[in-house]
Design a protein around this ligand. Structure first.
Ligand code: FPP
Ligand code: MG
Length: 340
């Protein structure tokens, strides 16, 4: 999980309003799943998607961050609830034990409760979209929900697929993750009736691609990023592994496949895998791809005049870039310690 994003004080009021709208929605229900949704919602989260939505709405008109409509806050609450719903479901699919440094709902309350809490969050999200009254928002949400399901389905299909290629990986992360970032920015733009809906969607999509690749680097192994997940144990093959698997030959490749297959990610095997990634430049190449998407995101913003909203979007791009640089340093430091 990425801790990169700075806490921007100026956004606190917006985030508080978004939280209030969501909490009020949830508390109108008496269900056990509503209580679970509330607990998970209150467990943290960066509220990045709601922030992107509001900033995207405010960037084109060069406006400040005051006078934010209720409709915008409702849409911001809706994207966060969709995100929450996907996490409830994803935790069951990935069988993870922790989420946001706490026990995952699926571990605490069971898989059925986690799935149903996700369904509950999704229903409330769509209710907020409807209530916002923003014309054209609902079709965008529905399109994105379909895309998210497709992306997660594709990812599941390619578990332990050692022949996965770059294009397939990009398609998976585009659909399961970047699509929700794109939606957030597009819908913000839609609500403010700007002509820059596609430009802001493009910004969000590129930011989302970079975000997911960074998250995948964090979660690839337990070390050196000290993540709570180990995606390789679940058979999720991210970009560095695609590179290594595509380069290694014969016995070496067989050894790597055997490690992944066995799920043995003890220190020695992690060191071996990080060493291979360093040897074949796999982290550097992944980092270059992340940087390319961040550059495209920044480029999409150049058409807008400086404003508090735009400057914050530029700041988010910078935060992710700094975090990605740090990740590469962490891997390199880990490899150096091992070699020494
Ligand atoms: C987290 O990714 C999961 C997603 C980005 C998408 C999950 C999508 C679904 C479960 C399908 C659609 C669901 C609904 C409710 C419409 P990750 O596993 O890489 O990240 P993590 O590190 O946060 O676990
Ligand atoms: Mg997952």
């Amino acid at each position: 999980m990425i801790h990169a994003l700075k806490k921007y004080d100026v956004l606190r009021e917006i985030v508080d309003r978004c939280n209030t709208v969501v909490i009020e929605r949830i508390q109108e229900n008496q269900l056990r799943e509503a209580n679970i949704a509330l607990e998970s919602f209150n467990n943290g989260g960066k509220r990045l998607r709601p922030i992107l939505l509001v900033l995207s709405a405010k960037t084109p008109d060069g406006g400040g961050l005051h006078d934010i409509d209720d409709a915008l806050i409702q849409l911001a609450g809706a994207v966060e609830l969709v995100h929450l719903a996907t996490l409830f479901h994803d935790d069951v699919i990935d069988q993870v034990d922790s989420r946001r440094a706490k026990l995952s709902a699926r571990l605490k309350y069971g898989n059925y409760a986690s799935v149903l809490s996700g369904d509950f969050a999704l229903a409330e999200a769509l209710d907020l979209v409807q209530k916002s009254g923003v014309s054209g928002a609902m079709p965008e949400f529905i399109r994105t929900l379909r895309t998210l399901v497709r992306g997660e389905s594709l990812e599941t299909t390619h578990k332990f697929d050692y022949a996965l290629n770059d294009a397939q990986y990009y398609e998976i992360i585009s659909e399961k993750s970047a699509s929700l970032f794109a939606l957030s920015c597009k819908v913000g733009a839609l609500a403010s009736r700007t002509e820059y809906i596609d430009a802001l969607g493009h910004f969000g999509w590129n930011l989302g691609m970079a975000f997911q690749m960074i998250d995948d680097l964090d979660d690839m192994l337990d070390n050196p990023q000290q993540s709570y997940d180990c995606d390789l144990r679940n058979g999720y093959i991210a970009l560095p592994m695609i590179r290594v698997l595509g380069t290694l030959k014969d016995g070496h490749r067989d050894r790597l496949v055997r490690i992944i297959q066995s799920g043995d990610f003890g220190p020695e095997n992690e060191r071996y895998i990080v060493g291979l990634c360093m040897e074949f430049g796999a982290f550097t190449q992944t980092h270059q791809t992340i940087d390319r998407h961040l550059e495209r995101a920044a480029e999409a913003l150049t058409r807008f005049a400086a404003s508090p909203a735009k400057d914050l979007l530029v700041g988010v791009v910078g935060d992710l870039r700094a975090y990605a640089n740090q990740q590469v340093e962490n891997f390199a430091g880990f490899a150096r310690r091992v070699a020494g």
